[in-house]
Structures are given as C-alpha cells and as structure tokens.
Write a protein that binds this ligand. Structure first.
Ligand code: SAH
Length: 419
C-alpha cells in the first residue's frame, strides 16, 4: 500500500507541480520519506535518515515525512526534527500539493470522501498495476497500529475501481494487484454509491474486463474466507493461484488475545479447502512470534500449522509493542531472547519446507508474465502462482505471457528457458 501511495505522491507532484524524479540526493528540491509504523524499527530509522538527508540536501530543498509514522507522530516529528517542512499522514496523500506550500503543515486526519481517491497517473511498472479497493481497517487486532494510522475502513465504489483498471490496461497492464488492508471485507462501508458490494462480486466483475488477464489481491483476512470466495478464487481463470492467508499465531488462545476472530481449526480448514479446490495454488502467510503471554506450547501450535499447511512463503516477525494498541498494555511481554530463538526455529523449519517445495519445480512448466529487464541479458517475471522466474532474453519479452520450462531452482527464484 505504501508503494502505491508513493506512486500517487509522484503523480501529483510531477503533473501538478512539475517535479521529476532524481536518484541524486544533492540534486533534489524535495525529499519525501514515506514511512511505515507497523513495527518500531522503521520509526527509529526515520530519525536517523532525516539526519543523513539534512546533511547532504541542498539548502533550499524541502523535506516531507509521509505515511503511517507521520499519521501517528504528527507534529512531534517537526518538534524532534525541525528540518522537516511538512508531515502528511497515510490517509492524506491527496493533499500533497497543498502541504508543499505551507511551512510546517501537519495533515494527519483520517476523514474521507471520494475526492481522496482521485489521483494523477504514474506507475513504476506499466505492465502490472496496483489498484486500491479500500482504505483503512475496521479490525481491532490487539497488536496492530494500522487502524489508528489509516483510519476506519472505507471501500472505494466499484465504478471508480473499474475506471482505474481501464486506465491501467489502456497503458499496457495485463495484471493488476487489488490492494486493501482487508480486501475480502470489501463493501462494508462506502463514501458514495457502489454497484458491487462484496469482494467475490468485485472479482467476478473485474474478471470480465477486456485486456485484463491476471488478477492478484492482498491482503485477505482468514475470517472472511467463506466457501463462495474460495470457490471463486479456485475456479476463475483470471485470478492468479497465489493467496496470502495471514495466520499470526497457530494457538487459538493467542488468536483470541490478538482478537483475530478465528481459531486454529478454522484457519487449517480454509487452507485445506484452498489446497483441495486449487491444487496449484501457493499459500503465503504472516506469523508473529513472542506475542505477550505466548508460551512454548502456544509456539508449538504455530509450528504445527506450519507443518500442516506447508506455506510456500512466510513473512515472520518478532512481536513489536506499538502505541495505540491493546496488546501494548498486556502483562507478560515476552523476553527478546525467547522471541528471537522462536523466530529462528520457525524460519529454519520453513526453509526446510521451502527447499522441498522448490526442488519439485525442476522440469516444471509455468506461464510467466515478463515485466522487468535484468542485468546480463535476462528478463524476469512472475508465474501464475507468484514465483519469480528469470530467463535469458530482451525487452521483446516484456508485457507477454509466455511458457517457460524450469531448468534451475533456488530458494527465492526459478531459472528457465522459453518454450
Ligand atoms: N491488514 C494486514 C496487516 C498489515 S501489517 C493483514 O491482516 O494481513 C503486515 C503484517 O505485519 C501483519 O500481518 C503482522 O504479521 C505484522 N505485524 C503487524 N503488527 C505487528 C506488531 N505489532 N509486531 C510484529 N508484527 C506485526
């Protein structure tokens, strides 16, 4: 979502204010740091980077801090780092051209109307487009700061989504990534009328669009994965067979304390249904270790889900206590060494699973959508199930979906030849 927000910032600044991108900090007239605040580390990094930028920037150059850390620290940022000219929250991207001209402006409200979905055009990669379908989040996961920084959940009317996709397809995108904190909760609340009012309906509608060949989405919530949604995912040929199912913990006790709304059994049952109806699909997940009060037994429950689902991709984190969250107040915060040791065990078991999964890829054939030129005369793209694939080739392959036979495998990517 931050990548898409950055594209919106670039679009507004280049079209309405005549800025262009530079890779040299010493040339920049404006430096924007688009921040995350899900874990504590990026917040500390912000202030150290501000120090570096202040040292190398032109005297006249402005600095803006945007994104979720901007939302939750607000004017505190300018107090701590007076070199900052403006602060723009994650929900206020559309106000970039206003704050640019107001010294020490701080815009961090979380109100919404349709005008905040209307941006100029800019895409980093013309072949695959990110498209927001909702803003904010209505969940109250006790570890998560996002509802405080991005505000309440509002779905974008389906007509606006369709017109965004039409624009992207017209400029060369065959693949789109639908974005939201909680995509399969789509339709809960709109700021104006919408023809389609649920996520499965939205997938059906979008998949009828000419020129669009591949649909991905992130992130869905396991609680809202009803049978109808999984059946649509499995049977619709335009929906890529890659799905993120964020577990967080395999212990039903911990899940309850996280307020995730599902049990270990429900989670496994959903993944089994995905595996049964869409056997070629890859499943990725997010796991937090060391949530307050997590016992060794709880952690073993997480390990057991890893072994039963055998996720093809894992994003795993040590729990990080965040302001504006309920879990920050919980007793029994877990010692950092224990969390670190659990994270290592989890990741090494996952590496074993991944090696077994990737070994089976040798000799397989994938439909790959090529979208990036790489060094040494190679191009890269994604298979339908989300794997990164490299082949020897040139720009003629870009924007095409081509069959590739895999000849070399590693943990993070596949190499093959076009057939
Ligand atoms: N709405 C998204 C979450 C976005 S944050 C979803 O439900 O998938 C991405 C991931 O960061 C989360 O899934 C979680 O695993 C992790 N995360 C969020 N808050 C965290 C915290 N306080 N400590 C550690 N990891 C956290």
């Amino acid at each position: 979502m931050n990548s898409r927000d950055s594209e919106h910032l670039i679009a507004e600044l280049s079209i309405k204010e005549n800025y262009s991108l530079t890779t040299e900090i010493t040339d920049a007239d404006l430096i924007i740091i688009n921040t995350c605040s899900v874990r504590e580390k990026p917040v500390a990094k912000l202030f150290s980077e501000l120090g570096v930028f202040a040292k190398y920037k032109k005297d006249s150059a402005k600095i803006g801090v945007c994104g979720c850390t901007a939302s939750h620290l607000g004017k505190e940022i300018i107090r701590k780092a007076p070199v900052v000219d403006f602060v723009l929250g994650a929900r206020n991207v559309s106000k970039i051209t206003q704050v640019l001209h107001q010294k020490h402006a701080v815009e961090v409200d979380t109100d919404n109307d349709d005008s905040s979905f209307d941006f100029s055009e800019y895409r980093t990669n013309p072949f695959r487009a990110m498209v927001n379908i909702s803003m904010g989040c209505d969940k109250s996961c006790t570890f998560c700061i996002v509802p405080a920084t991005r505000g309440e959940e509002i779905s974008i009317p389906s007509e606006l989504i369709v017109s965004e996709i039409q624009k992207a397809v017209a400029t060369g995108a065959k693949e789109i990534m639908l974005l939201g904190q909680n995509v399969n909760n789509y339709g809960r609340r709109f700021s104006s009328e919408s023809e389609v009012k649920d996520f499965t309906g939205l997938l059906k509608k979008i998949s009828l669009m000419d020129g669009l060949e591949r649909i991905r989405f992130t992130s869905p919530h396991p609680l809202h994965m009803d049978d109808e949604f999984i059946e649509e995912f499995a049977s619709n040929p335009k929906i890529c067979k890659q799905i993120h199912v964020p577990l967080q913990s395999g212990s039903t006790k911990v899940l309850r304390e996280m307020k995730r709304g599902y049990t270990k059994e429900w989670f496994i049952n959903r993944c089994e249904l995905i595996r049964r109806l869409a056997p070629s699909a890859t499943i990725s997940t997010d796991i937090i270790v060391g949530f307050p009060n997590e016992s060794e037994e709880d952690f073993k429950e997480t390990m057991s889900v890893l072994d039963s689902v055998r996720f093809e991709q894992l994003f795993s984190f040590k729990y990080s206590s965040r302001p504006h969250t309920a879990a920050a107040e919980y007793d029994n915060q877990i010692d950092n060494d224990i969390s670190g040791e659990r994270l290592t065990r989890l990741q090494s078991r996952h590496t074993e699973i991944l090696d077994e999964v990737m070994d089976t890829q040798l000799g397989s054939v994938h439909e790959v959508y090529f979208d990036e030129l790489k060094s040494e005369g190679r191009v890269s793209g994604r298979s339908d199930d989300g794997k990164l694939v490299f082949v020897k080739g040139s720009e003629e392959l870009l924007g095409h979906i081509v069959q590739v036979k895999i000849e070399k495998v590693s943990r993070s990517l596949l190499e093959g030849i076009v057939i």
